[in-house]
Design a protein around this ligand. Sequence first.
Ligand code: NAD
Length: 510
Amino acid sequence: MTSSPALPITEDLRARARTSLERIGVSVPEGTDFQARTPITGEDLFGLTAATEADTEEAVTATREAFLTWRTTPAPRRGELVRRLGELLRENKSDLADLITIEAGKIRSEALGEVQEMIDICDFAVGLSRQLYGRTIASERPGHRLSETWHPLGVVGIISAFNFPAAVWSWNTAVALACGDTVIWKPSELTPLISLACDRLLARAAEETGAPRDVHRLLLGDRTIGEKLVDDPRVALISATGSTRMGREVGPRVAARFGRTLLELGGNNAAVVAPSADLDLAVQGIVFAAAGTAGQRCTTLRRLIVHRDIADTLVARLTAAYAKLPIGDPFDEHTLVGPLISAKALDAMQDAVTRAQAQGGKILVGGDRRLADAAPRAAYVEPVIVRVEDQTDVVREETFAPILYVLTYDTLEEAIALHNDVPQGLSSSIFTRDQQEAELFLSAEGSDCGIANVNIGTSGAEIGGAFGGEKETGGGRESGSDAWRAYMRSATNTINYSGRLALAQNVSFL
Ligand code: NAD
């Protein structure tokens, strides 16, 4: 694996972030409560002011107030706000991508891809604003009409993770706004600058389209702000993206007040590689899914389940591809693997690899720290492949770093059993040219994940499909398809135009 010859210095990154923020029109709330950092050098950029308890209270009151107007604004007009937001995202794509690279460490093409995803969901939500269809249902009574209508839900609280610091916000916000909801966003404390930029662009879109300013509020700070939203009965839906640990805390607290949750939590995604697989395609798909984004996607490929007959060949090709991965400055166009988000993430990775070795695993390639002299506070590391005999406890956990565990199988039934034998259920794939195998993998007896792919890796979903996973991934669905229903409430209406009262199920009374 090769490393970039040099890394940018923090001062230059700070200036670059400031320029992008200025161009977008953000005035940074500088302060001393917490630091915006860059994983590129592991150093601080700006001190920031966090939202207080009073700010949180005020934001809930204001967004609740704005909801009362917004819910009565015709949906296609609500779509105009989202359309303008999409235009502003297009105009500011490069600056937004810069902020994502600076704060989350994503390589430039992936950061641009993240902004593109935001633009795409805006386009989707604009269309949706003219398609919030209900249904008419056959009534069992003569002279009656039965129908289902959909209404705006209320204030949506978005709690988001560092690794998709802007796209996850947009999936929720574009759809929620089109559905007539207002939004409060508590982003990751690790990515405040890109959040400020998104909030500013949405505020501009609201000003320009005449929407209430308080359709959206941003609250910077740590989990305590999130906890306030979680416990506030005026927040109708908590859409929380992050670790399963976080979801385990958030889910029951919102349920205790009968609020709604949409949970998008950790994944432990696997790909099955069958003997008939096109190995050129499989190698490309596997390396992007496992090492891309430095292993910091919820859909990152973490387990490879390979047929015994092709395991040695495939592993040899993967180790050769890994050995050539350029690691380093995510702004350098040749880099494919940027930094991990923090030193803590590197410790967690090293700890997992050590445990895997203690449980019988063997490192095949990678795992060494990189660029420690150039950036002692940053966390650059070689993506690692570890061959394991069994799915031991460390393999069954999500370690948010580029570790790929390789297991072998003899029968497809065995592969599917191994595949599903983890607590998480986000994304999955099979590489095969055998249609029976592909169909079995996608069937009810196959993958138990929310996303199941054929001949493509586990990561890189399109916004048109619903996104989310089962089991400890939380069960939520976001983004496309009919995920919008989570942001609305339905009402079933019975209209009697018969002139006489007929009770359902032929009940007679009076
Ligand atoms: P994290 O759980 O540490 O934090 C996520 C967010 O939750 C942050 O904003 C944090 O402040 C907040 N938070 C934490 N505890 C909270 C609590 N008790 N109450 C309210 N808010 C709380 O996650 P992270 O390290 O930022 O992100 C990585 C994790 O996110 C991985 O597990 C990854 O798989 C997951 N993720 C999932 C998806 C998905 O769609 N399934 C997408 C992106 C990331």
